[in-house]
Design a protein around this ligand. Structure first.
Ligand code: SF4
Length: 93
C-alpha cells in the first residue's frame, strides 16, 4: 500500500468536512451549508479529482493543515492529535 493510498484510506467518507466553514479571528466554525459539490446521499464529493480547480477554497488535507482545526474531533485524521481544537457549529440567532 502506498503512503497516498494509506492516507486517503483514513477517511470514513462521512462528508462532514465538506460543509462550509467560517474563519472568525482564527476560530473555525461549521455551518449547515454543504459544499455545492457534495452529494448528500453518498456523502462523497462529485468532483473529487478536480476539486481544487472546481472549488478553489477546497483545502488539501496535509499533515500541516490538520492543525488548523477544520475537521470534526472524531475524524480519523485528527483523533490522535493532543489538544486538537475542533470547529463548533455556527448557529446564527
Ligand atoms: S470529516 Fe474526516 S472522515 Fe469525514 S469525510 Fe472529512 S476527512 Fe473523511
Amino acid at each position: 500500500m502506498t503512503d497516498h493510498v494509506a492516507w486517503e484510506g483514513k477517511c470514513r467518507r462521512c462528508g462532514r468536512c465538506c460543509f462550509e466553514k467560517i474563519d472568525f479571528n482564527g476560530a473555525i466554525y461549521y455551518t449547515n451549508e454543504p459544499c455545492a459539490m457534495l452529494d448528500l446521499d453518498t456523502r462523497l464529493c462529485t468532483v473529487y479529482r478536480e476539486r481544487h480547480e472546481r472549488r478553489p477554497g477546497c483545502m488539501a488535507l496535509t499533515p500541516e493543515m490538520l492543525q488548523r482545526g477544520i475537521l470534526p474531533a472524531d475524524c480519523p485524521y485528527v483523533e490522535d492529535i493532543t489538544d486538537y481544537r475542533a470547529p463548533c457549529l455556527y448557529e446564527p440567532d
